[in-house]
Design a protein around this ligand. Sequence first.
Ligand SMILES: [Zn+2]
Length: 376
Amino acid sequence: MENNLEKILINLIEKKSITPNDDGCQEYIKNQLLDYNFLYENLNFENVKNSWLRKGEKEPLLVFAGHTDVVPPGNLKEWKTDPFKPEIIDNILYGRGASDMKSSIAAMISASQRFIKDNPDHNGSIGFLLTSDEEGPAKFGTKKVIEKLKKDNININYCLVGEPTSSKKFGDTIKNGRRGSISGLLKLYGIQGHIAYPELAKNPIHYSGILIEKLIKHKWDNGNKYFPATSFQISSIMSDSVATNMIPASVTIKFNLRFSNELNENKIKNSFEKIISNIDCKYKINWDCSANPFITNEGKLTEILQKVIKNTVNQNAALSTSGGTSDARFISQHANETIEFGPLNTSAHKVDENINIEDLYNLENIYYGVLCELLL
Ligand SMILES: [Zn+2]
């Protein structure tokens, strides 16, 4: 007979909650928590399932946040197990979401149940903020829930997001912020012509080479204590489909910058305009800034989490802002302190996604420890 924590995790992984489908995960979580005096609020927007649960009315409010959706399994033949039928082999549990991030959600539920059972009259309140759209466009998930909580004057003192943040050893990394992300779609225009008469045409691909070199060599910033230097990366270059004896009229370049809090959208656009103004080509650019960088206040939650991790797994957890974006970017605009901590991310989004059972139990103990430190 498996233990409560494993049972919750297995139940969650069995649900095929591929973005934005929740497939009953949040209904299951709700039922797990209603017996422990949580109040439930359904905050669905469009086709996205969101849940807000809270036990207690007083502050401080500690919120556990996470997403119930997972990325698709990819090629099923490459998996050693069925991604939606979790199996434990040699003390490792395999299944989609085992790392990102159903294990964290199971650990948060189990830790809260245990904490409330042990301390029914604890201080403050415990909240759960759940969405089924983190891996997708993320427009109607956490972002909308935070808008609603703001409107209802619900103050979040501490928020712990369960993204898989550990990078080499479980417990080695806490995310205390994230980089921003901005994408550009650039169309550079030349003059179409016969490839044998280049003097009568203007090859936009050749000009794009000069531009790209300038963009790559440009020092966007130096980063700072918490952020690595901003990086510029091209994801695709495409020209008009023309015959082999033709110079195309235009070339389209897609690029992205992951940027530190030394920069913002406008500073990036201005630097870009300055660089491209030295290239003798007409152009059109569309920008899409999907995330602004953020850094959380270094406060009590960070300090406590580091202490509890040290006591549980003897790791000195480093603070980091590396990796992609997460819903913490929305929560941090409202909560006093938002940090992310969860299992190893080495198998996230891959085939054979997994978690070591020992890490799973340590994660639950760490979340339990944070509850004790903050609410007793
Ligand atoms: Zn995730």
